[in-house]
Structures are given as C-alpha cells and as structure tokens.
Design a protein around this ligand. Structure first.
Ligand code: PLP
Length: 432
C-alpha cells in the first residue's frame, strides 16, 4: 500500500484487520468465547502483570471486539479504544475513569437525556458533582473549574438544538488546567474528528450511526493519546497515584512501554474489569459490519436531511426548522468549522398547533418509524412533548430546546422522494 495515510473511508473498511491468519477468513470471525488458554504459567503471569498484552477473559478483551476497537481508534486518529456494552456505559466509564467521590466535572447542558440523568442524578449520588454550563459561552467552562475538576464533557452535535459545540475553545481552556475534554461524537462520525480540535477522549453510542442498522446496542471510548496525564500531576490522581486495586500501579507510568494509552488502559483493566459492562462479541461483529459502510451512509443521511430541511423551511404550518444550515452567526460558524461534508442526519421542526398537531403528525407517518432511536438506516421520528419530555413542565421542556409542537427526525437513507412524500402526507394530516 502507498505511504500516504489511508483516508477515513478506507480505514472504516480495513483498519484493524486483514484476514484470519489460521483460516484465511476475510470477514472478522465472531470469537464467541469467554476465556483463552494460557500457553504456560509464565505466559499467564506476564498477562496478569501487564508485562504482555493478551487475551485473558472476554469481560476485558476479545479478538472480535479488538478489531472494532482498532478500527474506531484509527478512524478517529486516536491511540486506542475500548468497546463497552452501550453508549451509556461509555459515558459513565469515561467520567468514572477520572473522577471519584468529592471530585467534579464540568459538562455542557446540551446533552442526550440519558446522559443528563446519569450526570444530574446517578453520578451525583455517587459523590461526583456535574456542573452544567452553557456551551454557547466557552468561558463558562473556565469559570466552573476548581481544583477538584477532573474533566469537561460535551456532545459534538447535540439534539434537539443541533448547535455544534465549540470544541477547540473549550479543549484549550481545559488543557491549561490539565483537564481533558471528553466529546460524545455519536451524531457526527466522519463529519467531525474531535481529536483534530484538541479533545482528549471521544465517546460513542455505537448503537446509532456506527452500527447503523438498529440491531445492536454498543458503546466506545477512544483515547486520543494526545493528553499529558503525567504533566497534569495532582489534577489527575486516578492516573498519577498508586492504584491499590492493581498492585499499586501508577497508570501514567505503567502504560509507558505500551504507548500513550494510560487513560484507556485504566478504563479497560479497572473500570471495565470492576463494573463489567462488556460488549458481546456478536454485537462487536454487527457494529463492525455497520462501520464498513458508515462513510457512505453518512453522506446519504446528510444529503437527505438537507433536502428535508429545505422542504420543511418552505412548508406552511411549520414555524421553525432546526438544522445547522438554518443557523446564523456564531452557531453557523461553529457548524462550518467542526463539521465537514454535511450537517448530519438530524432535523428538528416546530409545528403550528402544538402538542396535538405533533401527535397527529406522528400518528400519520407511514414510512418513518416512531421510535426514540437515532442513526438507523431507516427514517425515524419522535415527538418529545408526548414521549421523552412528557414528564417535564413546559418551562423545563423549553430549557432543553423542545416546544410542544417540536418533532425530531432522524432522516434515513431511503430515496429522498419517498421520505418527502411521507412527510407531506403526515403534515397534511397534522395541519388539516
Ligand atoms: N449519547 C448520545 C448522543 C445518544 O443519542 C445516546 C442514545 O440515544 C447515548 C449516548 C446512549 O447510548 P446507548 O443508547 O447506546 O446506551
């Protein structure tokens, strides 16, 4: 192969795998095993002491999952990755790998609802405070930082607002403190490479665009290998002080012979070992199949979402369309800085007629599925005011960017004429 680094489209098909050395199998085999026989006691000792990296037990590593991890690390330009059972597990571990009771992180307010609950309730109950700040103002991260702040957290393209996060600005603020920026890039694979803008860690719900077919729940954490944990010193005690759960290992030291992977090594051999949300090899296989076509699908998702936006923007009875192409000023500049090749597959819009119009629209859909998921090859729709946000007051809904007539579309890869025809007939039913 040429000396030029492979492009993301090629890495998505090839990275981390060639053919099975023993069978020649071109497709990645599903290694449906819990355990791996050690060659002898010396080999076993070396593995347990981390003097050699190798397979021990599928809760911690698996050869099928390993291909997925290598592929995503390559795609993101990172040092190494860890697959886990869900996007939720990825978000939780990404924080728990740095913060413990008494510590805090600073997070954007614009988050997936599941992450919001994890941060506002579950992590708080575990003693990790999450300080929520307005992502429109990068300086709010600096103001919320104190000497117990261990990480910043945000989503690249959060819905429902679909306002792109100022990655470089906030990453730079964090780096001056020794605080890494964790980016959830679920909605923008290939469109955005957060490490290129200074993020230190990326998390994914692989359930969405990476898997792409709505079959398998999964999550990934990627270590950029671009953060100097040792230099962060006391700011990052979990990586710089002896870990009594692992023979007193100091992770920033112990990882040195293996590469710049202290963070992800600890996530694997401590967080995943102890908390146990491992990805099944079968799901890793399914997600690998998805990743092989993600570049093509994302192109089509973006083109279709843009066409849907343009259609809705002209439609009577639609009072607002939420999509980066409709934004102006700083929000638009950020979208154009951080997203390359399209604005993603999500579109929001507000219907005249509020909650009832939203319900009628959803009930009339024939091609779109009515589900809470995003990132499937199929077109999907949800009306937050009658589902995910129905327990919130109208004021709380408004704070998250949701109005009574708000509908979220995850535009699929079907023929655009069929997508628009379904929207047209459902709008007619909703608006009369
Ligand atoms: N992050 C984002 C942006 C999501 O949309 C989701 C799920 O909707 C998650 C994380 C959680 O992922 P999972 O459902 O795979 O646990």
């Amino acid at each position: 192969m040429s000396a030029t680094p492979l492009r993301p489209e090629t890495l998505a098909v090839h990275a981390g795998w060639r053919a099975d050395p023993s069978t020649g199998s071109v497709a990645v085999p599903i290694h449906q095993t819990t355990s791996y026989q050690f060659r002898d006691t010396e080999h076993a000792s070396a593995l347990f002491a981390l003097q050699e990296l190798g397979n021990v037990y599928t809760r911690i590593m698996n050869p099928t999952t390993d291909v997925l991890e290598k592929r995503i690390a390559a795609l993101e330009g990172g040092a190494a990755a860890l697959a886990v059972a869900s996007g939720q597990a990825a978000s939780a571990y990404s924080v728990q790998n740095l913060a413990r009771a008494g510590d805090n992180i600073v997070s954007s307010t614009d988050l997936y609802g599941g992450t919001w609950n994890l941060f506002a309730n579950t992590l708080r109950d575990q003693g990790i405070e999450v300080r929520f700040v307005d992502p429109a103002d990068p300086e709010s991260f600096r103001r919320a930082t104190d000497d117990r702040t261990r990480a910043y957290y945000a989503e690249t393209l959060p819905n429902p607002k679909l306002q792109v996060f100022p990655i470089a600005e906030v990453a730079a603020i964090g780096r001056a403190f020794g605080v890494p920026l964790i980016m959830d890039n679920t909605a923008a694979p290939l469109l955005c490479r957060p490490f290129d803008h200074g993020a230190a860690i990326i998390v994914y719900s692989a359930t969405k665009y990476l898997g792409g077919h709505g079959t398998s729940i999964g999550g990934l954490i990627v270590d950029g290998g671009n953060f100097d944990w040792e230099a962060a010193g006391e700011r990052q005690p979990l990586l710089n002080t002896p870990d009594k759960s692992y023979h007193g290992a100091v992770w920033s030291e112990a990882a040195k012979p293996l590469g710049p992977i202290a963070y992800i090594l600890r996530a694997r051999v401590v967080a995943l070992r102890d908390l146990g949300a491992a990805m099944s090899p079968f799901n890793a296989f399914q997600i690998i199949q998805g990743v092989e076509t993600v570049a093509l699908r994302i192109e089509r998702h973006c083109a279709n979402a843009q066409a849907v936006t343009d259609y809705l923007a002209d439609r009577k009875g639609v009072t607002r369309v939420i999509h980066p192409s409709q934004q102006t000023g700083t929000a638009r500049t950020r979208a154009d800085t951080y997203l390359k090749g399209g604005y993603g597959g999500l579109v929001g819009f507000e219907l005249e007629g509020g909650v009832e119009a939203g319900r009628r629209f959803i009930d009339a859909l024939q091609l779109f599925y009515h589900v809470a998921n995003i990132g499937d090859a199929r077109s999907l729709a949800i009306h937050p005011a009658s589902t995910t946000h129905s327990q919130l007051t109208p004021e709380e809904q408004a704070a998250t960017g949701v109005s009574p007539g708000y509908v979220r579309l995850s535009v699929g890869i079907e023929h655009i004429d069929d997508i628009i025809a379904d929207l047209e007939q459902a709008l007619a039913a909703a608006l009369g």
